[in-house]
Ligand binder design. Sequence first.
Ligand code: SF4
Length: 322
Amino acid sequence: MTSTDFKYVYGPVASRRLGRSLGVDLVPFKTCSYDCVYCQLGRTTCQTTQRSEYVPVDDVLAELKTKLALGPWPDYIGLAGSGEPTLHARIGELIDGIKHLTRVPVAVLTNGSLLWVPDVQEALMEADLVMPSLDAGDEPMFQHVNRPHPEILFEVMVDGLAAFAARFRKLLWLEVLLVEGLTGNETEVGKIAALARRIRPGRVQLNTVSRPPAEESVKPVSAQQLAALCRLFPKAVEIISDAASQNPLPDSLAAVTDQEILDLLARRPCTPQGVAAGLNLHLQEATKRLHTLMKAGELSVLRKDDDLFYQLVMAPADQDSC
Ligand code: SF4
């Protein structure tokens, strides 16, 4: 199997939260229950709460087995990708399958919207780390920031987070992504912190916009403001960013194909530095490869503040609604 044969597994990519994480995409591009204003993947094209076997579990496991055999060994296998992973109706069986395949811990990055569903709670019990989001402290702000599917009610979603946190025996880290002018202030963060007291996650991780968002008007909260807002939470809060991992892979493992670069950029736009860190390329090499792929019409470039982000040019079929 060559790298071009991997449809569901990508990376490993470097992330501050998970170290080197091998990503697994469980739903088609932008299949999600939310349509967040800050989403780095653009507007949601398939907004749904319908759980289904969007991608075949056996095929995902076969890809993972091959990818793990090829190396390098990741710190985590992250179920995330281009949409909401708990929409996959067999995510529990997939986690179970991964556990039979490897001892690499499994992390689920979820928007948390379906954690009130008993089947979803049950399905995630074997994961090693669950990372749900909570970006708003009340229903109006929830509608504004996350633009959820009409079937998702704020109170039900928060109750689901608290119920899951009470049951789950492994690691639970709550991500709070703040947006300047909306939630990046004491009043809104105070409401979120009150809910965090109820949910009682092992950690709260504060984040802000760092890649080109779905809505151009969305801006990041300054580092100083993030630091000041930390004190509103009951216990120590971590400020996270997409800073590159401090643990580069050995050079011998760094043979990176164009397809691997495209696979990474299909899941998130990156700066040349992000591509270099994520795929263990020298910065010059990453920049050269990105320029070549852009000339070939595979990538487009977006400016955000002082940074240039490269993103995959999507074929119209990839953006179809569901
Ligand atoms: S940020 Fe996550 S939850 Fe929000 S729309 Fe994008 S994929 Fe969905």
